[in-house]
Design a binder for this molecule. Structure first.
Ligand SMILES: Cc1ncc(COP(=O)(O)O)c(C=O)c1O
Length: 397
């Protein structure tokens, strides 16, 4: 008898957020869900209006072109010039994507296979590691540790550099919220040029920053376009996660490889969504700023409550994630269960608050949990108060 699944499905674990959905489905009422990084705010009205206008164009109802509309790619290039002072050729160095997740998958399939080694952030967005496995490559985790501000250790990277084909980075980081300074990227690019490996930087959170310095692009580093591609997305910047619109920019050879897989899998994003993306990139600076202000208020409200109750979480400088160690004394878990998964389960049972366990982002995530600030401020304060009450010593387990 044949099994319905391909053998390669055994090479990857169950998808983290599917597992969390299963936990949630048994959680009962009044749940505050800070598990998945799924923006809760509606798409901004001016962008919805741009989409509505674009829906009336009959050209948009035909198959889209694979790399995306040239005018959308030109808008991305113009935005990169304004935001990062990076020059891109819209014809060869930009591709529109059905969200950056699609691009991650197709880039890995277009560049790596059996015999290739892919270095992936640990903790990191699980899709990198899982797609590397699915395409038959060997992932090696790049440990991101608190003592190096969750940046990769460059000496460690230099040691593995001769073995890797592709290094996958993500700053500002999910789940760690770490922001990489330009000097870090410069050193990574120098290593890539010396050893001949390629680099992906996932920059989808670059517009959710709270400090004075804006997160840079890896493409600002000299020589980066020889080796690097960067992913970006409108999902987080403009709350358009359901629209599925992102972009890949940088090295034209890497983009060609991605597109060759894409041509055999899907088409470009819906033309009307690309037109609305052009509007957002050209006219959305105020909308992005309003989104930042919203997440800053949420961050301050939630972290303020936790700190007030004795859980010394650090304020993230970017992203909408709070990444923190499990409070001391709360790491215990029954045999066979990971401490961070156990903590997540108990937090849900005792506080009706959902978080994401650090182990879901890789071995180096063990001992940590991630809260996504995707609920209104009032609910975030309430979540903080419930957690605080549970953590007070008289309620100790
Ligand atoms: C680091 C990272 N990359 C990519 C994505 C996917 O985003 P998109 O909606 O652009 O596919 C996410 C979504 O959570 C993410 O956290």
């Amino acid at each position: 008898m044949h099994e319905p699944s391909a053998a390669r499905l055994n090479w990857i674990p169950p998808y983290l957020f599917q597992e969390l959905d299963d936990l949630k489905s048994r959680a009962g009422p009044d749940l505050i869900d800070l598990g998945e990084g799924n923006p809760d705010q509606p798409a901004p009205k001016p962008i919805v209006s741009a989409l509505t206008r674009a829906l009336k164009d009959p050209e948009n109802h035909r198959y889209p072109t694979y790399p995306g509309k040239l005018k959308a790619r030109a808008a991305v290039a113009a935005w990169y010039r304004r935001r990062f002072h990076v020059e891109l050729d819209p014809e060869t160095e930009v591709a529109m994507l059905l969200g950056s997740k699609e691009g991650v998958a197709h880039l890995l399939w277009g560049t790596c296979g059996p015999g290739d080694t892919v270095a992936v952030s640990d903790p990191g967005y699980p899709v990198y590691q899982n797609q590397a496995r699915l395409c038959g490559a060997t992932p090696i985790p790049v440990p991101l540790e608190e003592k190096t501000d969750f940046l990769a250790d460059l000496n460690w990277l230099a040691r593995i550099a001769p073995r890797i084909k592709l290094l996958c980075l993500n700053f500002p980081g999910n789940p760690t919220a770490a922001v990489a300074p330009l000097e870090f990227y410069q050193q990574v690019v120098a290593l890539a040029l010396r050893h001949g490996f390629f680099v992906v930087n996932d920059n989808v959170y670059s517009e959710l920053y709270f400090g004075k310095t804006r997160p840079p692009s890896i493409l600002e580093a000299p020589g980066a376009k020889e080796r690097c591609v960067e992913f970006h997305s409108l999902s987080k910047t403009f709350n358009l996660a359901g629209w599925r619109i992102g972009m890949a920019v940088g090295n034209s050879g890497l983009i060609r490889s991605l597109l060759k897989i894409k041509q055999n899998t899907d088409s470009g994003p819906f033309g009307a969504i690309q037109d609305a993306a052009v509007f957002a990139l050209q006219s959305g600076a105020k909308l992005a700023a309003a989104n930042r202000a919203l997440y800053r208020r949420r961050r301050d409200a939630f972290c303020g409550e936790l700190v007030r109750h004795g859980w010394g979480v650090k304020l993230p400088e970017a992203t909408f994630y709070v990444w923190t160690r499990i409070p001391p004394g709360r790491e215990q878990a029954p045999a066979g269960e990971s401490p961070s998964f156990g903590f997540t389960r108990r937090l849900l049972a005792n506080c009706r608050v959902m978080c994401a366990p650090g182990i879901g982002f890789g071995q180096s995530g063990e001992g940590y949990v991630r809260f996504a600030l995707v609920a209104p401020e009032r609910q975030l304060r309430q979540a903080g108060r419930r957690i605080g009450a549970w953590l007070t010593p008289e309620n100790s387990e």
